[in-house]
Design a protein around this ligand. Structure first.
Ligand code: HEM
Length: 487
């Protein structure tokens, strides 16, 4: 930088007696030279990564599914902090424990932003949603506090009765139609979360609210598909009028906006009607919209509660269904692990009742089996993407402002320096006196990092503790279901 300034000064000195137009021109040229040099310096310290193509970057190399495996290969080639591009967007992927902890935990104030998705935030009108709101917005902290309180130890304890009732119902459904296990899991997860959020009890398959939420989140999956919208790469397209050729995305955005607003509005309005008529059952909405101190929440508070309830559903349902489905897959592929867990339950709990959370400490093998499922196939292999608020420097690399930062949780869970023989399924790796000794607890990573860490982890772990062991007494299920790709 210093020598480039000297060059500029030298040019200015020589031009002091030159005509004014020449001085102006040279001024511009000097600024351009300095900024090019400055930019090159910045480029030089960016993390390495696969060479991008002109215009589209590395878009052609990103697989449609299991992208975490490709990222893990790139990490082997370019290092645990590498960068690739989708058009002009820069994406930095972290694949080592130290990088993830140092950046996403210790410097979380710089990495709590979400990447800007123009279609979602500006055209569909969801910039205040929990998964989109800027970390500098005053609501950011309010959301986090509410969500964490809604799912803290005390709240989860209160949910035990609901869990127990729904677990029994799930077991009956699995017993009746084991092949439809994914449908049963969806209904079970949806029921527990809708009742927790709004106080609505799901009594039948094809429930109106469950269907409404499912439709809404199908739209969400479609909208959030990486590289789907050109407007996310070229935000100026937002300003095209709807009649302009090629602006069809604006019509789609208007349709999505309407569909999302139904998801946010209808269950909330129903819960409010129940509260006003005094017929509600306790839920996240009722506790916050009718607090014990008799205060009347204002419109701002109501809007906050509405966004948080909808985040509980979108954050909780798919992840729970994914883990329960993986449980079936893993039990089918590992009959020895299944039999050992079942033997432990029969010995400790007996055959005349179902296991409960209180049995947890007496069932060490079942406990580590659940840990190993979470490690072997993490439900959110890339967590959620974040964005850098400012330029940051780490281990000689520049992590540029506004670039997307992703933690490859799947790679961390399969890192041979942390987990011996990481691709084999081996619950004993977490048992102190067996296997290769106690290895790192995956719960430290699979629920994300920093300020946006998952508020549902306790809820999931406690609830998971009831549900998965409870499936053992029906474990013939695991011999009878068929999973695509695994006979
Ligand atoms: C195995 C189960 C689960 C996994 C693996 C999981 C994983 C995650 C991850 C990786 C994040 C992003 C954290 C980050 O940005 O660094 C997250 C956020 C979130 N999760 Fe979960 N989650 C699970 C269960 C749940 C459940 C059961 C609920 C609700 C009942 C829930 C609600 C949320 C919410 C609301 C957020 C957004 C938090 C925020 O932005 O502050 N999750 N989860």
């Amino acid at each position: 930088m210093a020598w480039s300034l000297l060059v500029v000064l030298h040019i200015v000195e020589r031009l002091i007696d030159a005509p004014a137009s020449l001085v102006v021109l040279s001024g511009f040229a000097s600024i351009a030279i300095v900024s090019i040099i400055h930019r090159r310096r910045k480029q030089a310290s960016l993390p390495l990564g696969p060479p991008p193509r002109f215009l589209t970057g590395n878009l052609h190399e990103i697989p449609r599914s299991e992208s975490w495996r490709t990222y893990a290969e790139w990490a082997n080639q370019y290092g645990p902090i590498f960068l690739f591009r989708v058009f002009s967007k820069k994406i930095v992927v972290l694949s080592s424990h130290s990088a993830v902890v140092d950046l996403l935990e210790s410097r979380s104030s710089n990495y709590s932003e979400w990447p800007i998705m123009w279609i979602y935030k500006e055209l569909i009108g969801r910039k205040l949603a929990v998964f989109n709101i800027s970390a500098s917005h005053p609501r950011f902290k309010v959301y986090r506090k509410l969500l964490h309180t809604a799912l803290d130890t005390q709240a989860v304890r209160k949910l035990c009765l609901l869990q127990e009732r729904e677990t029994k119902r799930l077991l009956r459904s699995l017993h009746g139609r084991p092949d439809a296990f994914i449908t049963h899991f969806r209904r079970n997860a949806g029921t527990v979360i809708i009742e927790t959020s709004y106080g609505w009890t799901v009594n039948s398959d094809g429930d109106y609210f469950v269907n409404l939420m499912e439709e809404g989140f199908k739209v969400q999956a479609e909208v959030a598909r990486p590289g789907r919208w050109l407007v996310d790469m070229f935000p100026f397209l937002c300003f095209l009028p709807s009649w302009f050729p090629g602006a069809g995305f604006k019509h789609k955005a208007a349709k999505y906006r309407e569909e999302f607003s139904r998801v946010d509005r209808i269950p909330h309005d129903w819960a409010m009607e129940q509260i006003w008529s005094g017929t509600h059952i306790e839920s996240f909405t009722s506790l916050n919209m009718r607090p014990g101190d008799g205060t009347m929440p204002d419109a701002e508070t109501e809007d906050i509660i509405r966004w948080c309830s909808s985040a509980l559903y979108s954050g909780g349902t798919d992840t729970i269904v994914a883990v329960m489905t993986l449980f079936i897959l893993v039990m089918t592929l590992n009959p020895d692990a299944q039999h050992r867990a079942q033997e432990e339950i029969d010995r400790v709990v007996g055959t005349d009742r179902l296991p409960t959370v209180d049995d947890c400490s007496k069932l060490p093998y079942v406990d580590v089996l659940i840990k190993e499922i979470l490690r072997w196939a993490p439900a959110a292999p890339l967590g959620l993407p974040h964005a850098a608020l400012r330029d940051d420097y780490y281990q000689g690399y520049l992590i540029p402002k506004e670039c997307t930062v992703v933690a490859n949780i799947w790679a961390l869970m399969h890192d041979p320096s942390t987990y011996s023989d990481p691709f084999s399924f081996d619950p004993t790796r977490f048992l102190e006196d067996e296997g290769s000794g106690m290895q790192h607890d995956p719960s430290c990573y699979i629920f994300g990092f920093g300020r946006c860490i998952c508020p549902g982890q306790l809820f999931f772990l406690k609830r998971g503790w009831e549900e998965r062991p409870n499936m053992y007494p029906r474990c013939s299920l695991c011999d009878r279901v068929s999973i695509p790709g695994h006979s």
